[in-house]
Design a protein around this ligand. Structure first.
Ligand code: AG3
Length: 280
């Protein structure tokens, strides 16, 4: 992470690899804090609005958060006729919970975040993202995701909305965690995990896919364009206990979205050739 004065302006820089960075000119530093788990930074950028970074990595911005939060939630939710019980591991900003609660069949949405400071910062500085955390159907738990899922059962959907596989989220990328998730899901259950960039993280994606295949019969990948994440092209791995059914209710259930559409739903698993080849 870098806050650098450059030509009389201050820039936020995420060093995404040893040889690649994203620089955004900022108007103000809103908050900066060392939590027990990570460095938390909130800045106001010219191009993408307000930005949350953890350990120097962009987590969300007010201008492009809708892409990630809609795609990590609606794609799996629309694979099910009437999802009721959903959990998000990580995702302390609350954006995924906001999208999940747009589905009227959902009666419990659990957020399991290890770092309460992330939720606090989101409530304070990102009210439009954290808004649904006050919904009566939302339950916030400050806990280690792995331990929490160990005790969980009968979930329709578990979403792993983690940071990168370094630091506090490392264990969330381990195959042993997928086994724990599989046990916590009901028979038609689905899990989705954010799986980084297909341009930069091919071996991670393959490692995740192989780990998921040991506990789930069906594993699929889909993509979304997220300009503030490394390379701008992001991936999600979806694993299910039973073959997923065609998205039958996409045209009957109206959900207010800005990225997701019923057409995107039905084409979500159509992939560019290099990504298809990566998945084998
Ligand atoms: N979690 C995924 C962020 C990964 C971004 N990586 C990076 N910038 N190096 C996002 C949390 C949103 N709820």
């Amino acid at each position: 992470m870098g806050l650098e004065p450059k030509k009389h302006h201050t820039w936020f820089t995420e060093y995404q690899t040893d040889s690649l960075s994203l620089g955004l000119r900022i108007e103000a530093i809103v908050a900066q804090e060392k939590t027990p788990f990570q460095d938390l930074l909130v800045v106001e950028t010219d191009t993408y609005g307000r930005l949350l970074a953890l350990d120097g990595a962009v987590q969300t911005t007010t201008r492009d958060e809708f892409v990630y939060h809609e795609m990590i939630t609606h794609v799996p939710l629309f694979m099910m006729d009437a999802p009721k019980k959903v959990a998000v591991i990580g995702g302390g900003d609350g954006g995924a919970i906001r999208e999940i609660l747009k589905h009227p069949s959902v009666d419990e949405a659990h957020l399991v975040e290890i770092d309460s400071k992330v939720v606090e910062a989101s409530r304070k500085f990102f009210p439009e993202i954290s808004i649904a955390l006050d919904d009566a159907r939302a339950h916030v738990h400050y806990a280690d995701g792995i331990k929490w899922v160990n005790e969980a059962k009968d979930f329709d959907l578990i979403i792993v909305d983690s940071t990168d596989p370094v630091g506090p989220a490392e264990g969330l990328f381990q195959p042993s965690f997928y086994q724990v998730i599989a046990r916590a899901l009901n028979d038609g259950g689905i899990m989705v995990a954010q799986s980084e960039s297909p341009f930069l993280h091919q071996s991670l994606i393959q490692h995740m896919r192989d780990g998921l295949k040991t506990c789930f019969p069906e594993v699929k990948l889909y993509l979304a364009a997220i300009p503030t994440y490394p390379t701008g092209l992001w991936s999600f791995l979806m694993a299910s206990k039973q073959p997923t059914r065609p998205a039958s209710r996409v045209n009957t259930q109206e959900i207010a979205t800005r990225y997701w559409t019923p057409q995107i739903q039905t084409q979500a698993f159509v992939l560019p050739r290099f990504v298809e080849e990566l998945m084998g």
